[in-house]
Design a protein around this ligand. Structure first.
Ligand code: 3HC
Length: 686
């Protein structure tokens, strides 16, 4: 709703729609009515639009995304914003918290903008598969530098209040309580003519100032879009604002907004937006569990994973004790921590003082007793059951009562590890993804005996270090890696059947995957899977799918680290030339398997790999390893480079139609490798 309050000639118009002040039909109507009231009342000299009183945390977080699946209801936002802008009395947007999407568009319709220092302003519509639909693409380039505007419109990232002031988007930044300062600011405007503050009345600039810079920006936006459409349309609209009159530009913008709103891309992005929020919620039986306080975190193992975890935890503000067995290994680990922070400073990602402060939170020890007062201890040692059980056994005597014991296993049975600790209720899996200080996903693995308190604490800890946490149950590979096995199997079989690595990688990157499966194998090292398969029971994987992987490892081509894998890597280059040795390896493998190479098209590559993911995801759901389809999609988007604008593998399957997925899987189940295609219940029952 919208509440009005008159304070000495200033009409306070407060949007109030908890939790984030999204604009639904009620608020749009309320704002429209408020503008009429402001004009009709002679006592009103100035209007303040905001959510500054009543403890509102956000200005306006944008249109109510839940309305997007339904026909738009009047009054439409452009009409509301036109009415704000047309008000003959000065209208000031008093911004705190988020002024995003339609929220920033409302602020752009106001004649002045003041913002609390902590506010963030942006047009994130492209992250929801649409473009700003209420004048944002046409007003913003008429207010600030058009290239900066285009970056905000097509890039979707919000800016801080300070940056917004620097850009000329905000007239004044307010320190502390925004209400008194906004009132002072507004009173100074009484009687002011606002014609020159109406952005829709400003002429277009008549062309792009610096074409080369614009082209560079366009290339950047296109690269980041990874095949998504909305950012490119947004960029075109930002360009249009420079050459066409407002009315024409805004009509085009609305047309594009409405067209994109019903697109599959927008549906996928809305799905993942809400899936992420749902994944962050605790399982019902943990919802009221008391969270244990955490301030000191121990990390055991200073290898790549352990140091990445230590950095991620220190970045989250925690004190970290990193433990290694030998002084040499510890020094190497601490050296890598220092190097990582130095690199961040050199690349301009961190201010030197911030880097120093964070690095200082990490200290090292070769003595387990240094972990005695840790609230959480994360074991990040070798992926070996014996090693992990030994560590958990040692912790039994070292960790204080109530400490949470976490294991960073990718595949192993958490319950077996937990037993070794003598306090399995305190044990949880924290499956980080490498590099642990960069990758967003954290699988929080709930063992048979993990207590609700420990799970709730682990989820809160994950969030506090900026991770996207997804709860997983215990099985080999949990959610993500278990599905990855099926995906890699199909990629390997497609190779054996006749597709080339570039074709498979190309088809999947054109689909939107950050990298193709063979480029990923080269990056992480083909020998890792080779060693893992060596100890896997016969019949648990398809050896023919990995015949080429194995042959490459056996000739010493381990991937990037050895200069050759599926592709060749010249020193310092990322160029992808297929390894010439591959052809003869393929000839041998095909002859041995009795497979004749055939032409395979991109559609088959995408379908088989995606359905392999979704079908395995279906079993993961039916076994209760993941609680929701959205949890699986969230894990894939944040941990495996799955294109966000495709919504995740389960969303992909839903879009295909569950029954049609079942039919396709049944067709594959009668093929040469049909035994790998049992139909998951979610599809079988469709
Ligand atoms: N519409 C509907 N619900 C929304 C919403 C929106 N725009 N933004 C957030 N919510 C809901 C969330 O789903 C969540 O619901 P839940 O509690 O039932 O799970 C609740 O509000 C709280 O959200 P968060 O957990 O994200 O709260 P935070 O405090 O962490 O973050 C925020 C607040 C920064 C505002 C963040 O929610 C956000 O970024 N929201 C999306 C903003 C956005 O994309 N706006 C553009 C919308 S499109 C548009 O405006 C079109 C226009 O051009 C016409």
């Amino acid at each position: 709703m919208v509440e009005l309050e008159l304070v000495e000639g200033v009409l306070l118009v407060q949007v109030s729609n908890p939790p984030v002040n999204a604009l639904s039909q009620v608020e749009r109507q309320g704002l429209l009515d408020a503008m009429a009231a402001a004009q009709a009342d002679d006592v009103v000299a100035v209007v303040i639009a905001g959510a500054i009183a009543g403890g509102g945390r956000n200005f306006i977080a944008g249109a109510d995304v839940r309305e997007f699946g339904q026909p738009p209801l009047p009054p439409h936002l452009p009409q509301v914003i036109d009415a704000i802008e047309a008000c003959p009395k000065p209208v000031v947007a008093a911004i705190q918290g988020a002024a995003l999407g339609g929220g920033l568009e409302v602020a752009l319709g106001c004649h002045y903008r003041v913002a609390a220092k902590s506010a963030k302003l942006g047009l994130p519509e492209v992250t929801l598969g649409v473009v700003p639909g209420a004048g944002g693409t046409q007003r913003l380039p008429r207010l600030i530098d058009p290239a900066e505007a285009a970056r905000i419109i097509a890039g979707g990232k919000p800016v801080s209040a300070d940056k917004a002031t620097q850009l000329g988007l905000v007239d004044q930044v307010i320190e502390g309580d925004p209400l008194p300062a906004a009132l002072d600011f507004a009173r100074g405007l009484a009687g002011r003519d606002v014609q020159d503050r109406r952005l829709s009345c400003r002429a277009a600039r008549g062309g792009i100032d610096d074409q080369a810079a614009w082209d560079k920006l366009a290339a950047e936006i296109k690269r980041a879009a990874r095949g998504a459409k909305a950012p490119l349309v947004a960029l075109e609209l930002a360009e249009l604002a420079q050459v066409t009159p407002f009315a024409e530009g805004v009509a085009k913008e609305r047309e594009q907004f409405l067209a994109l709103r019903g697109s599959e891309e927008a549906a996928a992005l809305r799905h993942i937006f809400f899936a992420e929020k749902a994944a962050a919620k605790l399982p019902e039986d943990c919802a009221t569990a008391q969270v244990r306080p955490i301030s000191h975190v121990g990390v055991i193992g200073a290898g790549t994973m352990g140091t990445g975890i230590a950095i991620s935890v220190a970045d989250g503000g925690y004190r970290v004790t990193l433990v290694e067995v030998s002084p040499e290994a510890l020094q190497r680990g601490l050296g890598n921590v220092a190097k990582s922070y130095a690199d961040s400073v050199a690349k301009g990602r961190l201010a030197p003082t911030v880097a120093q402060e964070r690095q200082a939170r990490i200290t090292g020890s070769t003595d387990y007793t240094a972990l005695a007062d840790c609230d959480l201890i994360i074991e990040a040692a070798f992926e070996d059951m014996g090693v992990k059980r030994e560590i958990l056994g040692k912790l039994q005597n070292v960790a204080k009562a109530g400490a949470i014991l976490a294991t960073n296993t990718s595949y192993l049975d958490l319950d077996e590890i937990a037993c070794a600790s003598g306090r399995p209720q305190d044990v949880v899996g924290l499956h980080y993804f490498s590099p642990a200080n960069i990758m967003k996903l954290l699988e929080v693995v709930r063992g048979a005996q993990t207590s609700p308190t420990v799970l709730a604490s682990a989820m809160q800890f994950a969030r506090s270090t900026g991770k996207v946490a997804v709860v997983a149950g215990v099985c080999h590979g949990f959610i993500g890696n278990r599905m990855l096995r099926a995906y890699n199997r199909e990629a390997g079989l497609l190779l054996l059947e006749g597709a080339s690595p570039e074709q498979i990688d190309g088809a999947l990157t054109r689909f939107g995957m950050a990298m193709g499966p063979f480029a990923v194998a080269d990056l992480s090292g083909i020998d890792i899977g080779y060693k893992a398969r060596a100890v896997m029971p016969e019949g648990s994987f398809e050896p023919l799918a990995f015949a080429i992987h194995d042959a490459l490892v056996e000739r010493g081509d381990l991937g990037r680290k050895s200069g050759a894998g599926f592709y060749l890597y010249e020193a310092g280059s990322r160029a992808t030339v297929v390894n010439p040795a591959l052809q003869s390896l393929l000839d041998v493998a095909r002859a041995k398997a009795g497979v004749t190479a055939r032409a395979i098209d991109d559609a088959e590559i995408v379908e088989r790999t995606m359905l392999a993911l979704a079908n395995e995801g279906g079993f993961i759901l039916s076994e209760g390893i993941a609680a929701r389809e959205g949890d699986i999609d969230t894990a894939y988007v944040h941990g495996y480079g799955f294109p966000r604008h495709r919504g995740g593998p389960m969303f992909y399957a839903r879009q295909c139609g569950l029954a049609s997925v079942r039919d396709r899987i049944e067709a594959m189940a009668i093929g040469r490798f049909g035994r790998w295609w049992p139909v998951a219940p979610i599809f079988a029952q469709a």
